[in-house]
Design a protein around this ligand. Structure first.
Ligand SMILES: *Cc1c(COP(=O)(O)O)cnc(C)c1O
Length: 467
């Protein structure tokens, strides 16, 4: 693979580059405590296997754009229609981000201002539903997201939320979705998940929405990279509105997007405002104030990298890696939700292994592997402890690891989970020698597959982590 970005020193200096360098140098000189923490964070990221399914690594050019001088621009409104002066460059940057989002996802309308996908979902839901309106979404314990009407979220209080679930194979119960829709007549149906390792049949959701006259919101927060690269069917023209995070699988900054496809002129609840216009107002002025111009520049950069051959290769590898990881773990006797995966995610039901999600998460972290605890259907443990573990392959694939390296990961994870001795749901013991050895293997693997553009060096300066 050829990298076109080039390393430091290969491009002629520009004033903005000089400013960023000046900033980095001032930070180190004036605030060594903070600068030191950032160096430690970088060292940690370079030397750990990050398998948190909701994360990806931003290219250094995305990080540079996120630190852009645009941060100084205050400009409410949209390009060409701001409520402040001085936004000429930002207008062009936002237009660029919008155009790239439309191209990458085949959308007719893109709003790049949401500060997060939670914020995007709130904007969409409050514009399509009146207070107390009926919302149908996947239950939190079945893999749904808080913003899909959970009682722990404001969406569960603002709206009357009804939840569909999974069938006995752990797959979305589409017949149940139709039954609940006919019974409760939702105005909005949400299709999307935070912990669901299989393809989502957006056409089937749309058929249900049409059956009851509901709007369909596709929340592709977790799978946006696969959708952009064609590794997961796109909901863009099936859903009325689509939302996503920009950091989970898009290698972008913290933030969200709202996208509208074929339904861009379909009227909203007032009977005449088209969905694209409605979404424009839904973000500003209805639910957000000023946009974050530097984050939008970083979104533009990340979106610009998505159409490349390299991005398509990474998306393919994400799926292949997840499949290899699932097969390997299942082969070692671990119980997986749905028995496998079609996307980037593998969810392990730890209940047969008699350890909690929290214990598994901590034991793995001690060995340099990051994966988070997750509730599984029928879980009796509270969310902070949980009975499952969610793994993802986004960053492993970004590092260039393939199925052969997944065998190493399976071996590491299996060894650690088998060796951990649970005292109770929150306390455990782990053989220090096994831990030290696993940590060294993780480091070696990370050293062989550095994140593109990131330093390969994995040794912490100063205090080496002692285990
Ligand atoms: C993570 C997630 C969100 C929220 O995204 P943030 O950008 O973290 O606010 C929304 N929906 C789904 C399905 C998610 O997984």
């Amino acid at each position: 693979m050829t990298r076109t970005a080039g390393g430091a020193g290969t491009t002629p200096p520009s004033p903005h580059m000089a400013l960023l360098r000046e900033g980095a140098e001032r930070l180190r000189a004036a605030d060594p405590a903070l600068a030191g923490l950032l160096d430690s964070e970088l060292a940690d990221q370079c030397s750990t296997l990050a398998m948190v399914a909701s994360s990806s690594a931003a290219d250094p050019s995305v990080l540079a754009a996120a630190g852009a001088v645009l941060s100084n621009v205050t400009a409410e409104g949209y390009p060409g229609a701001r409520y402040h002066p001085g936004s000429a460059c930002f207008d062009e940057v936002e237009r660029l981000a919008e155009a790239r989002a439309r191209t990458v996802f085949g959308a007719r309308y893109a709003n790049v201002q949401p500060h997060s996908c939670s914020s995007a979902n709130l904007s969409v839901l409050t514009s399509l539903l009146p207070p107390g309106g009926v919302l149908l979404g996947l239950g939190l314990d079945e893999g749904g997201h808080l913003t899909h009407g959970s009682s722990a979220s404001v969406t569960g209080h603002l709206f009357h939320a009804v939840h569909y679930g999974l069938d006995e194979h752990g797959l979305i119960d589409y017949d149940g979705v139709l039954r609940l829709a006919r019974e409760h007549r939702p105005r909005v149906i949400v299709a999307g998940a935070s912990a669901y390792p299989r393809r989502i049949d957006f056409a089937r959701f749309r058929a249900v929405a049409d059956d009851v006259g509901a709007y369909l919101l596709a929340d592709i927060s977790h799978i946006a990279g696969l959708v952009a690269s064609g590794e997961h069917p796109s909901p863009l023209d099936l859903a009325h509105v689509t939302t996503t995070s920009t950091y989970k699988q898009l290698g972008g900054p913290r933030g969200g997007l709202i996208l509208v496809g074929a339904e861009h002129r379909t009227p909203g609840p007032d009977g005449h405002t088209g969905l694209a216009d409605l979404m424009r107002r839904a973000v500003f002025p209805r639910s957000q104030g000023t946009p974050n111009p530097a984050a939008i520049a970083a979104k533009a950069r990340a979106l610009g990298m998505l159409g490349t051959e390299e991005a398509r290769w990474t998306a393919r590898m994400i799926v292949e890696d997840a499949r290899a990881l699932a097969e390997g773990l299942a082969g070692r006797g671990h119980r997986l939700l749905t028995g496998g995966t079609d996307n980037h995610m593998v969810v392990v039901d730890l209940r047969p292994a008699r350890i909690s999600g929290l214990v598994a998460e901590r034991a793995l972290e001690e060995c340099g592997i990051l994966a988070n605890r997750n509730r599984v259907p029928g879980d009796s443990r509270p969310p902070a402890v949980a009975g499952g573990l969610r793994l993802g392959t986004n960053i492993l694939a970004q590092r260039g690891m393939g199925p052969a390296e997944m065998a190493d990961c399976v071996d590491l994870i299996d060894r650690i989970l088998t060796a951990v001795v649970s005292v109770d749901d929150t306390t455990y013991t782990l053989d220090p020698q096994l831990c030290r050895r696993a940590r060294a293997e993780v480091r070696e693997l990370c050293g062989r597959f550095p994140l593109p553009g990131y330093p390969a060096a994995t040794l912490r300066t100063g205090s080496e982590v002692s285990l």
